[in-house]
Design a protein around this ligand. Structure first.
Ligand code: NAD
Ligand code: IPM
Ligand code: MN
Length: 348
């Protein structure tokens, strides 16, 4: 099986961790019948500062030709917050209509969770995050900007189309995995937006009577994730809440260096990435944890249909955890590339 993969390393630790993801995929080419044709896209802070361009229409058209994309992270202290994030990352998510953001929260080894007495059986959930609208629509404006009467309005856009398709996907995911489904919202306050979510959840639920479903308000959900994570299976939620709860979820799994994210368009280009960002505080030091990028590569391989190979990568990550062959964020002593090499040595 041969796949064309677009690589978007981005900024900060993005290129450092993506290199290790690619190293692992290259290793897989020698040990399986998978073969990858990689093409790197330079978009990110340097490219923007050099050329003024975020991502050109031609690059977007080119991206559309690939079987999948693998991203590092974007964001750079030299550029105003949001310019690269909206101009590159969100542009890709929105333009390719990657309306599902799947973010598994799976503890791989009890040693690495900050939660007392919780095991991999307890911390095993999946967040299905709406990925194209909500507060991310960035709709709104300023009234009387720059005055003491200024009003900044940030609207939350929820369409029946957008809400119903992510909820339907979550129900299907719950059926296929034989798991329960929780709707996470703030319907007690967001009387319009989350009223629509409530109605869609109930109505679509009529087609999935076999799924056991419940509802948890987002504030209570953060409590439950820490206190009773074993009660959570599949959680469907809006864009912003999904963003926030999955950083919490990352920590439950061992840290930002462990959490993965798949931006999925079931009929088009999907993009795989770590949940973490460009981490300017540790960039350039060679100490970033590459495991999220490696697991993102495994996620991609799985979605491309090579489940066995994905499982091999994950098993190699489990070996690294077991043998404490890790980077400093997980109290290990390896550099980013040494950890990538270790994973490859297990794949041999
Ligand atoms: P961040 O995830 O980059 O970093 C948060 C903390 O976690 C930092 O202390 C960092 O050192 C640590 N960390 C993150 N990944 C790590 C890894 N692999 N190994 C070891 N430690 C790791 O979040 P932030 O600091 O809020 O954001 C930095 C920049 O990244 C911002 O510009 C933000 O907009 C951007 N960002 C981009 C993406 C993306 O492209 N997908 C995601 C999140 C944030
Ligand atoms: C993430 C990031 C992005 C998001 C930012 C960088 C736009 O935080 O992928 O979690 O908010 O979705
Ligand atoms: Mn985030």
């Amino acid at each position: 099986m041969k796949f064309d993969i677009a690589l978007i390393p981005g900024d900060g630790i993005g290129p450092e961790v993506l290199d290790e993801g690619v190293k692992v995929l290259e290793k897989l080419q020698h040990t399986s019948d998978l073969s990858f044709n990689f093409q790197e896209f330079p978009q990110g802070a340097d490219h923007y500062l050099d050329t003024g361009e975020l991502i050109a229409d031609e690059s977007m058209d080119e991206l559309g030709e690939f079987d999948a994309a693998l991203m590092g992270a974007v964001g750079d202290p030299r550029v105003k917050p949001g310019v690269l994030e909206r101009g590159i990352l969100l542009k890709i998510r929105f333009s390719f209509d990657q309306y599902i953001n799947l973010r598994p929260i799976r503890l791989r080894d009890s040693k690495y969770t900050p939660l007392k007495n919780k095991s991999p059986e307890d911390i095993d959930m999946v967040v299905v995050r709406e990925n194209t609208e909500g507060l991310y629509a960035n709709s709104g404006g300023f009234l009387r900007k720059g005055t003491c009467e200024e009003v900044a309005i940030q609207e939350m856009v929820n369409t029946y189309h957008g809400v119903s398709r992510v909820i339907r996907y979550a129900y299907e995911y719950a059926v296929e995995s034989g798991r329960n489904l929780t709707l996470c919202d703030k319907c007690n306050v967001l009387g319009y937006a989350h009223d629509l979510w409530q109605r869609c959840f109930q109505d679509i639920g009529e087609d999935f009577l076999e799924v056991k479903k419940d509802h948890v308000l987002v504030d209570a959900l953060t409590m439950k994730m820490v206190r009773n994570p074993e009660e959570l299976d599949v959680v469907v939620t809006s864009n912003m809440f999904g963003d926030i709860i999955t950083d919490l979820g990352a920590e439950l799994q061992g840290g930002m260096g462990m959490a993965v994210s798949a931006n999925i368009n079931p009929e088009g280009l999907s993009m795989f990435e770590p949940v973490h960002g460009s981490a300017p505080d540790i960039a350039g030091k060679g100490i970033a944890n590459p495991l999220a990028a490696v697991l993102a590569a495994a996620f991609m391989v799985e979605e491309l249909g090579a489940e066995k190979e994905a499982a091999k990568i994950r098993a190699a990550v489990d070996r690294a955890l077991e043998e404490q062959q890790l980077t400093a964020d997980m109290e290990g002593e390896l550099t980013t590339s040494e950890l990538g090499d270790f994973i490859c040595s297990i794949l041999e």
